[in-house]
Design a protein around this ligand. Structure first.
Ligand code: GUN
Length: 282
């Protein structure tokens, strides 16, 4: 029986945001984040409102640029061009998913790499994947790495297993873990006998959107487990990990809610402040 430490993502995010607020105030700066939101998506509405509130609390201006569900690709590209060219705008994010008729890759590619605080533009994604310095790194994997550091994880030589290969979480997280010295396995919905691979993991990060997929018998005693899932089951919020089933077996576990989620926004704010500093040579 292992005593499980449950990581508090809210507390860590609060600490990060207090530090950012102090730096921004001390510099007398007014960073600005532009959020592009196309179409109607209930979850996206909640996410962008949370981002805007958290920006404003720490002294970052934030405006949501709303476009209709039927927006033409040329219109969204024109808006991004305007935001790229506006020196008052330091960071730009395009909330995903976009309406299905739009070419997501073409839209994300249009964001100026120096304002790409989501890290989805291919120059930043490529730098991260190549282990080159200077990339803006997507907020969720960056938040996960901070949580792992908080847990005292010694990355070098450990076997990290990532469930899920999305460009938002799984792929960039695998690159970060590899760059930190882990041996990394990425498993996904085509993988045969996932649980044989997860049972070998020293660090397991689960980002597949399958409610409570990972059971106690999928993990090694003493593993560090990060749950990235946010699922709603009969009105109840749950992660991709069977939380109670892993208590007493994992050494470290993140809760849902209150684990990775709050860290994601804190890292977006940190990226926006970094973009501002780069653009002002401070
Ligand atoms: N949709 C789900 N997660 C994210 C994110 O981190 N950034 C953006 N822009 N859209 C998302």
């Amino acid at each position: 029986m292992t005593e499980t430490r449950v990581l508090d993502g809210r507390r860590l995010a609060e600490k990060v945001e207090q530090k950012l607020a102090g730096e921004i105030a001390a510099a007398g700066a007014k960073p600005f984040l532009a959020v592009v939101l196309a179409g109607k998506n209930e979850a996206s509405e909640i996410y962008v409102r949370n981002k805007q509130n958290r920006c404003r609390r720490i002294g970052i201006g934030c405006e949501i640029f709303r476009l209709s569900e039927e927006v033409r690709e040329a219109e969204i590209l024109e808006l991004i061009d305007e935001l790229n060219a506006n020196p008052e705008v330091n960071g730009i994010i395009v909330q995903l998913p976009l309406p299905a008729h739009l070419n997501t890759a073409a839209v994300l590619e249009r964001v100026c790499p120096g304002k790409d605080v989501d890290g989805f533009q291919p120059l930043n994604a490529g730098r991260l994947a190549s282990g080159f310095p200077g990339a803006f790194v997507p907020a969720t994997p960056l938040g996960i790495m901070r949580l792992l550091e908080e847990a005292g994880a010694k990355f070098c030589g450990l076997h990290a297993v990532v469930i899920g290969a999305s460009p938002i979480v799984g792929r960039p997280l695998a690159a970060l873990l590899l760059n930190a010295g882990c041996s990394v396995s990425v498993v996904h919905d085509k993988t045969i006998e996932i649980e044989k691979i997860t049972a070998e993991a020293d660090i397991l990060a689960v980002a597949c959107g399958c409610p409570e997929l990972v059971k106690g018998n999928w993990i090694k005693e003493g593993a560090i487990v990060i749950d990235v899932g946010i699922n709603r089951e009969n009105g109840r919020l749950c992660g991709d990990v069977d939380f109670s089933g892993l208590m007493g077996k994992a050494a470290v576990l993140t809760p849902v809610p209150g684990g990775v989620g709050p860290m994601t926004i804190a890292m977006l704010l940190e990226n926006t402040w970094r973009a501002y500093k780069q653009q002002h040579n401070i």
